[in-house]
Write a protein that binds this ligand. Sequence first.
Ligand SMILES: [Cu+2]
Length: 118
Amino acid sequence: MKRCVFLTAALLACGVAALALTEIKIQNFAFVPQNVVVQKGEMVQWTNLDAVVHTSTSNTLVWDSGDIKPNESYKRKFNKTGFFPYYCKYHTQMKGTVRVTETAVAPTSFGRVRALFR
Ligand SMILES: [Cu+2]
């Protein structure tokens, strides 16, 4: 883990790799980040930082969080590869995507750095 200290990017990568959890904030009626890439078997967690209820609902009904109240989270594991668009049931302009890959997250440099620390 010492190597992580030298680069902000690497530090970030280590944090994600250690937890195998990708966090998405629901803030100002938006999913942040809007598009994420995870490896099969990893967790994604949505945390609602707004003062109103939101949902994370798959366009193809692969999942539906139900109501995520303010300051609450919803978490699920992605066991199948694919591309999964989702939205908020109450505010349909709120959209995001989760891409689930078979192996190490690529092709961004972020993904490569991250893979080094597995
Ligand atoms: Cu919403």
